[in-house]
Design a protein around this ligand. Structure first.
Ligand code: CTP
Length: 364
C-alpha cells in the first residue's frame, strides 16, 4: 500500500506526484510525498518524529509509523540558472500553482488526504490512461534537462511514450544542449534508469540521442549483446557498463571506485595481451565492470577467455612452501610465482606437488 495512514481533516494535505501516479497504476512507490497548502514545516511536525527540515524549500521529513514521509509546502519556483536547482519564489501558494511547476502531467496529480478525491489540473489522468508523458510547458527541458532522463526512466519503468509535442521539445533541446547543468542530478536519474531494464534504457538512450546530455563526442555503437554479457557475468555497477561505452563520463561526478573502473578499462585497451599469461596478468586485478567494457568495446574473446577459463586457474604454492624449500622471503618470490603461473596456465591440471617439483628443478 502506498498511501500512509494520516488522520487529518484540514482538507489542505494532498498526496502528490509519483505516489499518486504509482497508486493509480497499482504499483508500489519508493517514497511518499505530501503537500500542504500553506507552510508545512510547523503544521506537519505533529504527524510524527521530525527527521529533517529544509526551510528554504519549505519541506519537512517525518517518521509516520515507521514510514519516512516528505511533507512539502505548496511552492512556486523560477529557474534563474537553467539546468540547476530552481529558486523558490513563494511558499504557501495555491495547489494549482504548485502542480504547474512539475515535470510531466502524470506526475502532477494530487489526491486529498481527507477525502481521497483526485485533483487533476493538467490532464494527467487521461495521459496515465494512454501511457503518455507530456510536459506542462515548452520550457520544461530547458529549465531542467534531467527531465529528459526522467522521461526515459518512466518510459522504461511503465512503458510510457512521449507525446508528439514533448518528443519535438526533447529533440530540439538535444540539438542545442546547455551543458551548464547540475550533473549530480543527471547521474542520479541515469543510475536509477539503468538499474531498471537496462537494455531497453540503453537502446532508447542511444536512439533518441539522450546520451548527448553526457558527452559531446561521437560515440561508437558496440555490436556486442551487452544484456547477455551482464546476465552471464553479473556486476554491481550495471549503469557504468552501459554508459562507459560513451568513452567520456568526465561531466558526471564519479566516485573513486567508478573512476577506477574507467581507468582500468583504459589500461586494458592499451594492453596488447599476446598470450594467456598476458591476458591473465592484465585482468587479474581489474574491476569486473572494466572487463565487461573491454569485452564490449575491444575484444570479447579475450575477456571471455579470462572470465570462463583463466581466472579459475590458481597456483597452490604459498610463501610458506617456498620458505620450507629454503628460499628466504624476497622479491624473488614474485618471480617464482610468475614462473609457476606461466607453466600452469598451459598445464592447468598441475598439482601442488608438480608446482613444487618445478621450483626444485629450476633451483638445481
Ligand atoms: N519533479 C519535477 N522535476 C524533476 C524532479 C521531480 O517536476 N526534475 C516533481 C514531479 O512531480 C515528481 C515529484 O517532483 O513526481 C517527486 O520527485 P521524485 O520523488 O524524484 O520523483 P517520482 O516521480 O516520485 O519518481 P520515482 O518514482 O522515480 O521516485
Amino acid at each position: 500500500m502506498n498511501i500512509v495512514d494520516i488522520k487529518d481533516t484540514s482538507g489542505k494535505l494532498f498526496y502528490i506526484g509519483g505516489v499518486v501516479r504509482d497508486e493509480l497504476l497499482g504499483r508500489k512507490s519508493f517514497d511518499i510525498d505530501i503537500t500542504y497548502i500553506g507552510n508545512a514545516i510547523e503544521y506537519c511536525a505533529k504527524f510524527g518524529k521530525v527527521l529533517r527540515v529544509n526551510p528554504d524549500f519549505g519541506t519537512i521529513r517525518v517518521d509516520v509509523g515507521g514510514c519516512e514521509v516528505d511533507f512539502a509546502s505548496t511552492r512556486a519556483e523560477v529557474y534563474d540558472r537553467k539546468g540547476h536547482l530552481p529558486r523558490v519564489t513563494k511558499i504557501g501558494c495555491s495547489l494549482k500553482e504548485d502542480v504547474l511547476r512539475r515535470d510531466f502531467t502524470v506526475n502532477a496529480l494530487a489526491k486529498s488526504v481527507t477525502t481521497g478525491d483526485i485533483i487533476d489540473y493538467t490532464g494527467g489522468l487521461e495521459d496515465l490512461k494512454h501511457k503518455t508523458l507530456r510536459v506542462l510547458h515548452d520550457e520544461s527541458f530547458i529549465d531542467d534537462p534531467t527531465r529528459i532522463i526522467r522521461g526515459l526512466k518512466f518510459a522504461v519503468r511503465f512503458g510510457f511514450e512521449l507525446d508528439e509535442h514533448t518528443k519535438k521539445l526533447q529533440t530540439d533541446y538535444l540539438s542545442n544542449i546547455n551543458y551548464d547543468m547540475c550533473y549530480k542530478r543527471v547521474k542520479k536519474e541515469l543510475t536509477e534508469t539503468f538499474n531498471l531494464n537496462s537494455q531497453e534504457a540503453f537502446e532508447r538512450f542511444i536512439s533518441q540521442g539522450i546520451y548527448k546530455l553526457v558527452t559531446e563526442k561521437d560515440i561508437c555503437i558496440p555490436q556486442v549483446n551487452i544484456e547477455k554479457l551482464i546476465k552471464e557475468y553479473p556486476v554491481q555497477n550495471v549503469w557504468l557498463v552501459y554508459t562507459g561505452i560513451l568513452g567520456d563520463l568526465s561531466r558526471l561526478e564519479l566516485t573513486r571506485q567508478e573512476k577506477k573502473i574507467l581507468d582500468d578499462f583504459a589500461a586494458l585497451q592499451n594492453n596488447q595481451m599476446n598470450d594467456d599469461y598476458e591476458i591473465y596478468k592484465a585482468f587479474i586485478d581489474t574491476e569486473p565492470e572494466s572487463i565487461l567494457l573491454y569485452a564490449i568495446m575491444q575484444d570479447e574473446n579475450k575477456a571471455r577467455r579470462y572470465l570462463d577459463y583463466l581466472r579459475n586457474i590458481k597456483i597452490q604454492t604459498t610463501g610458506d612452501d617456498l620458505q620450507n624449500l629454503g628460499i628466504k622471503p624476497s622479491p624473488e618470490y614474485k618471480v617464482i610465482f610468475d614462473k609457476i603461473l606461466r607453466v600452469k596456465l598451459q598445464n592447468p591440471q598441475m598439482s601442488k606437488a608438480d608446482e613444487i617439483s618445478l621450483i626444485k628443478n629450476s633451483l638445481e
